[in-house]
Design a binder for this molecule. Structure first.
Ligand code: ATP
Length: 370
């Protein structure tokens, strides 16, 4: 993809959301949300269907009115109970899930559409530059229905970027693309956004997508923000079981904690990683769960160390690049899910040993959610 330096000059931005709430009737679509986006950051709003992601975008764009709170951009208030800057004056770009291209206009005219404030030659020049920026120059004369999904997505992106928005809002922009195309288009889009320096808020329910493209993730549930952090922070140090389980299945083994030693069916571990210990004060010990991801389980035919746990394979599935194996810990009712590349036989009934790295585990109370 050809990337020009055109957008490097785009305006710097800083977005600040304070105690934002939006109700529809009795329903809290957004409840006291506070977060910030730094200049040029790519932020993903991540969460299950109905958690309020699109409502958050619509509030930022001025397409919905908050009940209370404040939306600031740099030193301007876009919305508070005393201020309201109209949608068209917020300098926000929007890319919708269905791209919303004008079917009767060709690619060039679709992109040029928002440039009526410029004279004709400036419109031509700016549109050409942006099309080059998203590698669509050769498709300028084509109509949307003759383009692939990925090309349509880039037209939508170009149309949003051409006005040099301070903030770009994208609602599930990759969900209409097939898997292989999606990976490539996602990466191309991130490259374009990075070059443009545009502060971007992307809505997705796909954890892999959020991990791959964001600088920071805002994980939401039922209108509330559960955790904000870098992809690594959310994956490695989730603040509750809900956050941990959003990114993969989780093994949950009952455990107790005494003097920083964790006692469980999977053995005893020194446990001094406070950042991975998320227990509400009130949780009784019987609700403690030692949690770890299937990717952090190693398997072998012979015990590797004193904490190896004997287990029997219940089922095994070939996933191409990986193996998914369910085991039952011997003399226990607890099952363990392991996923990865294993160099031992994993057929049903096979006796194996499980190895867990304690530092990769978390302790949560059952059903914990922040
Ligand atoms: P999805 O991923 O399915 O698009 P979402 O996380 O974007 O979901 P929202 O569209 O923001 O969720 O909706 C949040 C909640 O607010 C949902 O329960 C939804 O039904 C409700 N809601 C959204 N818009 C309206 C509206 N205009 N009137 C009434 N309820 C609404």
């Amino acid at each position: 993809m050809i990337i020009t330096s055109y957008y490097v000059i785009s305006a710097m931005s800083s977005l600040r959301i304070e105690n934002l709430s939006k109700t529809f009737g009795q329903h809290n679509a957004i409840l006291n949300a506070s977060w910030e986006a730094e200049h040029g950051e790519i932020i993903c709003l991540l969460g299950h269907s109905g958690c309020g992601k699109t409502t958050m975008l619509r509030l930022l764009a001025g397409l919905e009115t908050p009940n209370h709170g404040c939306i600031r951009f740099e030193n301007r208030i876009l919305w508070s109970s005393q201020h309201n800057i109209a949608t068209e004056a917020r300098n926000i770009g929007l890319v919708f899930q269905d791209y919303a291209l004008f079917p009767h206009l060709n690619v060039f005219d679709n992109v040029k559409f928002g440039l009526t404030h410029l004279n004709k030659s400036e419109q031509q020049h700016t549109t050409k530059t942006v099309l080059q920026h998203v590698a669509l120059s050769q498709h300028a004369e084509k109509y949307p229905h003759t383009l692939s999904g990925g090309e349509q997505q880039r037209v939508a992106l170009a149309r949003a970027l051409v006005t040099k928005p301070d903030i770009l809002l994208m609602d599930e922009p990759f969900s209409n693309l097939d898997r292989q195309l999606r990976d490539r288009i996602r990466q191309d889009t991130v490259n374009i956004l990075r070059k443009s320096g545009t502060t971007t808020i992307i809505v997705t329910h796909d954890p892999e997508e959020a991990l791959q493209i964001s600088d920071r993730i805002i994980l939401m549930h039922e209108g509330k923000i559960i955790q904000i952090g870098t992809p690594k922070q959310l994956y490695d140090t989730p603040n509750c079981l809900f956050a941990a389980e959003y990114f993969s299945t989780i093994n949950k083994i009952p455990c107790t904690l005494k003097n920083n030693t964790l006692h469980s069916t999977c053995g005893q571990f020194e446990f001094n990683h406070q950042n991975k210990l998320s227990l509400t004060e009130k949780a009784p010990q019987e609700e403690y769960r030692y949690c770890f991801r299937p990717y952090h389980v190693a398997l072998s035919e012979t015990p590797q160390h004193i904490q190896s746990i004997a287990a029997t394979v219940i089922s095994s599935h070939y996933l191409g690049h990986q193996q998914s194996v369910h085991l039952q810990i011997n003399n226990s009712t607890h099952n363990i899910h392991a996923q990865g590349i294993f160099h031992c036989p994993t057929h049903e009934g096979q006796q194996l040993f499980i190895h867990i790295q304690p530092q990769q585990g978390f302790v949560f109370s059952e059903d914990s959610i922040h």
